[in-house]
Design a protein around this ligand. Structure first.
Ligand SMILES: CCCCCCCC/C=C\CCCCCCCC(=O)SCCNC(=O)CCNC(=O)[C@H](O)C(C)(C)COP(=O)(O)OP(=O)(O)OC[C@H]1O[C@@H](n2cnc3c(N)ncnc32)[C@H](O)[C@@H]1OP(=O)(O)O
Ligand SMILES: Cc1cc2nc3c(=O)[nH]c(=O)nc-3n(C[C@H](O)[C@H](O)[C@H](O)COP(=O)(O)OP(=O)(O)OC[C@H]3O[C@@H](n4cnc5c(N)ncnc54)[C@H](O)[C@@H]3O)c2cc1C
Length: 642
């Protein structure tokens, strides 16, 4: 199963080998539980481990393999981030996709050797979503052949970029490029922020940390201002766009090609989210098979809480989602790598499809991951609320994904643009022009679902039902939009008035894609036992998801009330079937105790003893009487006693 999850037997084996090596290297372990550290201590601890990793990485992994790097990162540095998180996730990808060969030769080897640390600085205090209204400017000075970066007012301060505040000395900065008073829109520039020897901010640069966040606090998300700060013309990233010495602008082959670093993260973060969901579920499911509370049959001893159907219903559909996201994420990364290769050689024809797909997926996956992790926390009762479970940190980090790389509603609306264009093709009889991801919009569906009538259809009837609801909602929302415009409403106003319905279409389309990715994967599996276990999970997935969106299929009679009862029964049936496999389905992800950082989620199940040990190690327990008591509470009580 690990081979299915991680892509191949070799990958699964390598992960195991890497974890085993790390287990033998105490210098790479947290010196004490992260929840007991202050933010400064955590940042220090992370930097300590990071530098050891830089020295010893070659002994542990193949540093050119991103999957091995990612695993090493999760084990040693963990999900709270590290001082170079954005260096790998966005700075290097931005340079790789947007810098010319010459620029890459100059900067990439330095970045890869970790001579310099970089980040991606785009979002500002006043604008993150609406990139057209970013306010930082890069004005070309023809006389000196330099760009002058400037922050005209407080809202133009860069705000949020990870590791910008304290760790990075370089950044890819996105600014409006102005040449001879003409604004060419946002463009990426390579900018040195700090002196390479002293690490002091360079003159003209104001920089710092934006303060603690809900989670992810090892990362120094930062602010940055420029006071007429000059950089050479050749620091504009020039793979696709060029500015010549005389100020001549050569436009890129696609207007949004400079957005590629964002698309990179949107594609890669899906499996990252799957891992976080599976981690939280691993903790909750293991704990649920240790925790005994109450009896189902009063004549019997107390049961493991995992025996309760409500507990299974709370956890198992999310296990199915974690697998579905992992499989859909793997497909998306493959597609992204293909499109990137094409893009680098000038073929931009697939960019719109990839943008639509990743926009929908990042939104649905991050939202459902958040839901699943929160349910996992509640499934652990009181101990879930303790940082000893570590679920709150996983939750906090995961839901950051609902916001970063494009606020979820906004990204769903990006997919909706693509769906509405596709709907227009269907309406004008041009269905043959539909791309493969939306081809179903042009296919006539049957009047009713056959779900309960062809039970061995290999999920075909389920897929058809998802297609039906997605198609119907897309055409309905598009009709609403076109109708308003026909009545004379301006395009943007009409769009806004339909946006809730449009986003519903985007979610349904994306959920269809996720179901199909899961089906595709299960169909490919040769090993009978693995196929059987995943087929059970897929049964749960399609039935649970369909129940969740049933109103769309009920309202036009595609599904009947009795079919809904059938679907519900299937959910209960598969909850029971999955119960014996539940812990294994998560243990198969092979997270080590080092990586999970959870007392509740320990592999050995020795929870209570270790919770007590954990509590005793709380810094508050270093003394029996705290100074807050001696200074305030004791005098108060004494005064009251007088
Ligand atoms: C081995 C690696 C492992 C990785 C592991 C990863 C795990 C990670 C885990 C933990 C790491 C944590 C790390 C945190 C990182 C966070 C970083 C950041 O947050 S960086 C900031 C992000 N900021 C946004 O995302 C702004 C969102 N806004 C936008 O993207 C745009 O403003 C947008 C798309 C909303 C609108 O852009 P418009 O205003 O320029 O364009 P319009 O006018 O709306 O559209 C024009 C056309 O362009 C298309 N378009 C837009 N973007 C496109 C794109 N990217 N590609 C293709 N077409 C695009 C549109 O679809 C539209 O097409 P039509 O007219 O309908 O045909
Ligand atoms: C943990 C974290 C890490 C980050 N890292 C980085 C980084 O490394 N580099 C970087 O540059 N940035 C980074 N960001 C910033 C992040 O990319 C932005 O916060 C994000 O893109 C959302 O933009 P915003 O803050 O402007 O939200 P807003 O756009 O202000 O969102 C507020 C509300 O307005 C709604 N809204 C906005 N526009 C529309 C619209 N057109 N239609 C409908 N609704 C709309 C949204 O849906 C939302 O409900 C990070 C953010 C976080 C939380």
């Amino acid at each position: 199963m690990a081979a299915q999850i991680w892509g191949s037997e070799k990958r699964a084996r390598r992960r195991r080998e890497i974890s085993a090596k790390i287990a033998q290297m105490p210098e790479l372990h947290d010196s004490k539980p992260l929840p007991f550290m202050t933010r400064e201590e955590k940042i220090m601890e992370s930097a300590r481990k990071l530098t050891i990793l830089t020295e010893k990485m070659g002994q542990i992994i193949d540093p050119t393999d991103p999957a091995e790097l990612y695993h090493l990162n999760n084990e040693v540095l963990g999900l709270e981030g590290n001082p170079m998180a954005l260096h790998g996730v966005m700075f290097i990808p931005a340079l790789s996709a947007q810098a010319s060969d010459e620029q890459q030769a100059k900067w990439l080897p330095r970045a890869l050797r970790r001579e310099i640390i970089g980040t991606y600085a785009q979002t500002e205090l006043g604008h993150g979503t609406n990139l057209q209204n970013l306010e930082t400017t890069a004005t070309y000075d023809l006389a000196t052949q330099e760009f002058v970066l400037h922050t005209p007012q407080i809202t133009a301060l860069k705000w949020w970029p990870g590791n910008l505040g304290k760790s990075s000395n370089y950044a890819v900065v996105v600014a409006h490029m102005i040449i001879k008073a003409k604004n060419y829109g946002p463009h990426p520039f390579m900018v040195q922020l700090r002196d390479e020897k002293t690490h002091e901010p360079l003159p003209g640069i104001t920089i710092g940390d934006i303060g603690p966040k809900m989670a992810y606090n090892i990362v120094d998300n930062g602010f940055l201002g420029f006071n007429k700060y000059r950089i050479p013309r050749t620091n504009l990233l020039m793979r696709h766009t060029k500015v010549e010495a005389d100020g001549t602008y050569i436009k890129p082959p696609h207007a949004k090609i400079n957005y590629s670093a964002m698309v990179h993260v949107r594609a890669y973060m899906l499996t990252g989210q799957a891992i976080m969901l599976a981690s939280a579920l691993n903790i909750a499911t293991r704990y649920s098979s240790v925790r005994r509370q109450g009896q189902i049959d009063k004549s019997q001893p107390e049961v493991k809480v995992l025996e309760y159907q409500t507990q299974q219903h709370r956890l198992f559909p999310s296990i199915a989602r974690a697998y579905a996201f992992q499989f859909a994420g793997a497909e998306t990364v493959k597609l992204y790598e293909h499109v990137l290769k094409e893009m680098k050689s000038g073929n931009v024809s697939l960019m719109a499809d990839l943008h639509a797909l990743t926009s929908g997926l990042k939104s649905v996956v991050t939202y459902q991951t958040g839901e699943g992790i929160e349910q996992a926390r509640m499934a652990c009762g009181g101990h879930g609320y303790s940082m000893a479970s570590y679920i709150s940190e996983i939750y906090g980090v995961a839901i950051g994904g609902c916001t970063y790389e494009g606020e979820n509603m906004v990204m769903l609306l990006q997919l909706a643009r693509y769906l509405v264009k596709s709907a227009a093709l269907v309406k004008s009889g041009q269905s043959s022009k539909l791309g493969p991801l939306v081809a179903y919009l042009g296919v006539k569906s049957e009047p009713t679902s056959l779900i309960d009538r062809i039970p061995n259809s290999g999920f075909t009837e389920y897929v058809k039902t998802f297609q039906h609801v997605s198609k119907r909602q897309t055409l309905k929302a598009a009709d609403m939009f076109f109708g308003l415009m026909e009545k004379g409403e301006k395009r943007e106003i009409a769009w806004n008035k339909c946006s809730v319905e449009l986003n519903r279409a985007s979610r349904l389309h994306t959920r269809l894609f996720i179901v199909e990715a899961f089906v595709r994967r299960v169909n490919e599996i040769a090993d009978i036992r693995i196929k059987e276990a995943l087929t059970d999970l897929l049964h749960l997935h399609v039935n649970y998801e369909l129940l969740d969106i049933a109103s769309y299929a009920l309202e036009d009679g595609f599904l009947s009330a009795s079919q809904l009862d059938y679907i519900r029964d299937q959910v209960y049936l598969y909850l029971g079937k999955i119960r014996p496999n539940a812990v294994s389905l998560l243990d198969s992800w092979e997270f080590s105790d080092i990586e999970l950082r959870s007392v509740l989620g320990r592999r050995d199940g020795n929870v209570y003893e270790n919770l007590f040990k954990w509590a005793k190690s709380s810094p508050l327990n270093k003394t029996d009487v705290l100074s807050s008591v001696t200074q305030y509470l004791k005098p108060m009580m004494e005064k009251a006693r007088l």
